[in-house]
Ligand binder design. Sequence first.
Ligand code: ADP
Ligand code: MG
Length: 692
Amino acid sequence: MLRFDEPATFIHGISGHERRVLKSLGITTLGELLDILPRRYDDYTRLLPIATLPLNEPVTVRATVKEIKQVPTFRRRIVIIKALLSDESGSILATWFNQPWLIKQLKPGDQIFVSGSVTMRPRFGRGFTSPIWEPANSETVAAASVAPVYPLTGAVTQKTLRRLIKAAVTEAEMPEDWIPKEILARVGVPNLAAAYRFVHAPESIEQAEQGRRRFAFGELLTYQLALRLARHEANVAGAPRVNFDETFAKKFVAGLPFELTADQKKAVWVAVQDMEKERPMRRLLQGDVGSGKTAVAIMLAALVWRSGHSAVLMAPTDLLAKQHLATFRRFLANYRIPFMLMTSSAKTLYEGNEEYKLKPSEAHDRLAQGRILAVGTHALIEKGQCPLDLALAIIDEQHRFGVEQREALIVNTRPDGKVPHLLSMSATPIPRSLALTFLGDLSASIIKTKPAGRRPAATKVCIGEAGREYAYNLIRREAALGRRAFVVCPLIDPSDVSGVKSVEDEAKHLASGPLKGLRIGLMHGRLTIKEKDEEMRKFIQGESDVLVATTVVEVGMDVPEATVILIEGADRFGLAQLHQLRGRVGRSTLQSYCLLIASDDQSAIERLKVLERTNDGFEVAEADLKMRGAGNLIGFQQSGRNLFKVARYSDLELMTAAREISSELISADPTLMQYPALLKHVVEMRETGHQE
Ligand code: ADP
Ligand code: MG
């Protein structure tokens, strides 16, 4: 037996190739290997006679190889191997591409398991295409079973990972569970030891799901406990009290360039009441893109200043911080409220209609004096560059940050130990039950109605050459009217992280043909902050007509004259993200357009059509969940931007359980002293910002 902290290379009978695979995956211990969780499963347990095989469903046959040969092809780099397989009921063809070694491995007369789906192909007829196979005599790994499908990187194959992990499961001495038994029993999930076996070597899809649920619950419980511990600490410390000046508020509202919507007013009012208490506010402000969250934020910041404190507004990107600064300047022009821009590249003070560029030390001194507003990126808080009398921290587009980390950071900004109030703003429409899970027992305000006079962007899925033609004509027509267009490119080449290549290639292509004559700007991750500012300025002021960009323009950018957003390779994006992108246009009374360029894959087109039908963020999000859920019922979500690696939106009942149990645990034992194993796990997560 091997312990989880022993080297994975101790696995019995490990080959040189497998050692190299472990190395290339950066895996040292057995535990790390077992923590690679399957993304989904192929159910090959349906063992059927060849004569009865259905099309397009995962199946397994036990067959004899009748014939096997390499088929000559005209294209030199393609190797095709064909085998005729048969059992008592009939026979079927199997075709493999680019696996020349098969000709040596498989001989007529061999008994094998073959697992895969049978398809009907125009040139190849009915048969298996590159199915997995294993000798029917030896101990099988994947064929004829529920086969885990692992996330793959580089040259590592599914077959190698399956073998390695299966061996690891057999040899591992499973660790003690850090979740107490009573809790596992109450939720109805297996313990850790069983869960590892269930996810990696399940006997059925149902069993794999049982295992997955244990990991999902572990994540949700840890997260909930971390949130509640932080909340408890904050409540004990207390918040600065913000006294509300009604006369000033009325004057401020009257001075705005527009009438606040009823939802905006309500959001301000509720937050003001929260901040009059000594318990730190934890509030989520949800509102679809363009619903006017920034106005709410600025008004609250101004009220906080009026009562003698400081407030900060944090944005996920430099561009967005500057955009917010522009809004501050517009809305605060008639007040003597000092405010600062704090980004890594610029520290500027605006006071009495003057602008002062500050050195970092000067900025620091000014913040220490207090009673100031600051706009910046989240580096503001990480580096402790916050006003020392911070009473309100506003986080824009909070879905981009881990909430827990943010909370932990703002907890320690004030020397007097008090905890600032927190307002998170998000355009991601998550139902309230989910919001509660992600954000703990925080209260929510929702802006439902958009400012009057907005026209929803007309959305069109553009297919083929005709689709493109239509899209480019529209951009030309709008440009001729003095309006602007975004062209968003997906990242195609994985090495092109900043998107330089995608953006530059696309811009060149457009300039030399489809949009010849228009002025084209570029925006991608490799530009310096100065260059980005300049590109933005040109676009805002109409010195460029088209901005070719990566998804950096996804959040917050507010350019009212932009009336077209064209999204290349739209099928590569999730619907919710496309909806965010679409929010870049339709920010004035002008009619605007969202053009989704798609391949002619029918299911992709169907998915995108949802956006043609609705402009409502909640509906889009729901459709997105439904569609993603359907195809991949038992899969583990890919990590990336998700807060959880295993838990899914559909794990509602586990979320509720995690919420209830964490609440009970913390009210009975606010520091988790009686549960050292749990506490250790939670503390690790709070420190590293991620789980496991
Ligand atoms: P988001 O909620 O996406 O952050 P913004 O705050 O950027 O939305 O607002 C989008 C646009 O709507 C901005 O140009 C803003 O000035 C304008 N706006 C905000 N509130 C109102 C309102 N009540 N009436 C008219 N326009 C408004
Ligand atoms: Mg915004």
